[in-house]
Design a protein around this ligand. Sequence first.
Ligand code: MG
Length: 229
Amino acid sequence: MQDRQTLIFDADDTLWENNVIFERVVADFIDWLAHPTLDPAAIRAILAEIEEANVVAHGYGSTVFLRSLRECFTHLTERPMGAAEEMRMAEFTAAFTSGRVELIPSVIDVLDELSARHDLFLMTKGAPDEQQRKIDASGLAEHFAGVDIVPTKEPATYRRVLAERALDAGRTWMIGNSPKSDIIAARAAGLRAVFIPNANTWAHEHAELDPADGGILHLQVFGELIKHF
Ligand SMILES: [Mg+2]
């Protein structure tokens, strides 16, 4: 591919690990609860239901997730948290405020190389201060001509960003791990898309991709991008 393209990168679970941090906290939370009758799968199902409702009401991010953990605790124990339990919650909170990110392998080298040939942007959804903190911690901002932190990734979100940045949909690609918000929504807005799965993608983001859609490039790992762009 010789022509200069516009590449828009998702961030969480595409450039750096994110959902695995939530998974670790959920596992620790369930161990800590040591519920006398419910097994981990049952507690996960209850937590997932609480999370779904809170995402609709309050949006994405660790603050909303921690609120869900707290609600799950009071739902299961039928009492508020005591002082020692509040301290344990503070430890769970610290998992999200360490000021570090775990970059996906080869991300720095690939962005270095691609930014010499193409125009790179970053588009991430979530709480603005939390997403900005991760962008700052990643040290990757210099690779991008622009960064958009958006509340959701709907087809209209992509159309708005394309219009605001005067980008041509025909040579713009969305690159991400989420079938629903990175691939299907971008395709609906006329972009092409690169799907790079992450084993820890949040269940909320799963969706089937149309195998007959020629506008979607399927890769196994991030490093493969340099063979195609
Ligand atoms: Mg993602």
